[in-house]
Design a binder for this molecule. Structure first.
Ligand code: ASP
Ligand code: MG
Length: 410
């Protein structure tokens, strides 16, 4: 088998853990597999590098920012390779560029456009374990790019797809994918399996086990994912195409996201082309717009509200200052103290009344709903950030998710 393993920052946070990862990689190799290992930067290294930037300037060049951030992973691949070597195994570390990971031009959140796996394949053919730096690639100008926070997951899945690996194991500090954040709700249950679509929703909605783009990639190339703990040998959660289990579960998980800001534009003229102008400036500023609500018309004008990641708020505000003038809107306001809670489940489409049940659970706790968005497999509500824990707990109880672990395990 060809196995791609990915170890996150907490799994390689110190020398002892790096040795533990080395032994686990070797275990996989000795079982007769070809092994490619993707690692993140040690512990909080990436955050520390970002803090360092802030001490230098608040307007860093995007190119230099990526140049700096990519160094974290370079430290961990070298150390892991040394550790594996110390146990007498053949190993080589490669940076993203050396591993043939090509990206587009967008610094800080570059997208992988192509992988040239020849070097990797040649090293594997020599019997080497290959350790690849996550989170980085190289653009057409031969400059280093990074793939957005949590991007090592995407590196791993993309390599698994390019190499046609049998499985991509994502090692993390939790046992798998839970019905909700176990640190917030102790009754949260580990799911044995989950569909790509459900995982995608949970990942995008702030259940931070996997980078959403990694799940999109996995779905697109049908890469079997196994999310599991690097601290024990328990079976984790398999992420794969939808099957009967997921269809029978109405709600599989509750996600919450505190990295949300809400922006409202007032008295926007009610004419064709206005929304397109508003969201064009946001797109040009690389702001990821999430929920959008347009109120009903009064006196030939509308209010348009939307949410974006908190990290994008500064850029969004700049864009709004520009656009309010161009389109003749009255003004805008923003709220940083909001959060998103969502219920996710592939069985939702075929079960009426799920949204109503969600709103009831929130109402019972006096949680005010500021915005609502739905898709076939999720319902999301924007609420006050201070009420997030209360809301998640209420929803977990309402949908009886504490029973899910045992009913799913056969
Ligand atoms: N080191 C990067 C980050 O902290 C990438 C990753 O961990 O996946 O976001
Ligand atoms: Mg990470």
């Amino acid at each position: 088998m060809l196995v791609v393993q990915k170890y996150g920052g907490s799994s390689v946070a110190d020398p002892e853990r790096i040795h533990r990862v080395a032994r686990r990689v070797i275990e996989c190799k000795e079982a007769g597999n070809d092994v490619v290992v993707v690692v993140s930067a040690m512990g909080d290294t990436t955050d520390d590098l970002i803090d360092l930037v802030k001490k230098i300037t608040d307007k860093p060049s995007d190119r230099e920012y990526d140049m700096l951030l990519s160094t974290g992973e370079q430290v961990s691949i070298a150390l892991l390779a040394m550790a594996i070597h110390s146990y007498g195994h053949q190993v080589i570390s490669l940076t993203g560029p050396q591993a043939g990971i090509k990206t587009n031009e967008v610094y800080n959140k570059a997208k992988i456009t192509n992988i040239r796996p020849q070097r990797l394949q040649a090293e594997l053919a020599k019997g080497q374990i290959v350790v690849v730096a996550g989170f980085q690639g190289i653009n057409e100008n031969d400059d280093i790019t990074t793939l957005g926070r949590g991007g090592s997951d995407t590196t791993a899945v993309a390599l698994a797809a390019a190499l046609k690996a049998d499985v991509c194991e994502i090692f993390t500090d939790v046992d798998g994918v839970y019905t909700t954040d176990p640190r917030m709700v102790p009754q949260a249950q580990k799911l044995d399996s989950i569909s790509y679509d459900e995982m995608l929703e949970l990942a995008s909605l702030g259940a931070l086990v996997l980078q959403p783009r990694a799940v999109e990639f996995a779905k697109h190339y049908n890469v079997l994912l196994h999310v599991r703990s690097s601290f024990n040998h328990n079976e984790g959660t398999i992420v794969k195409g939808v099957d009967q289990v997921e269809k029978e579960r109405v709600v599989s998980g509750i996600a919450h996201d505190l990295n949300v800001a809400k922006i409202a534009l007032f008295d926007v003229p009610d004419q064709p082309g206005i929304a397109s102008k508003v969201f064009k400036v946001l797109a040009d500023a690389n702001v990821n717009v999430d929920m959008i609500v347009q109120s009903t018309m009064r006196n030939d004008s509308n209010d348009i509200s939307f949410t974006c990641p908190h990290d994008d708020l500064k850029k969004a505000i700049e864009a709004m200052e520009e656009i309010t003038k161009t389109i003749g809107a009255k003004g805008f306001s923003y709220d940083e103290e909001v959060a998103k809670v969502s219920i996710v489940g592939a069985g939702m489409v075929s079960n009426p009344g799920v949204a109503a049940k969600m709103f009831e659970a929130l109402a019972d706790e006096d949680v005010n709903i500021e915005m609502i968005a739905t898709s076939e497999i999720k319902v999301s509500c924007i609420i006050k950030a201070s009420q997030v824990k209360l809301a998640v707990l209420a929803l977990h109880n309402k949908f009886e998710l504490e029973k899910l672990g045992s009913s799913v395990k056969s």
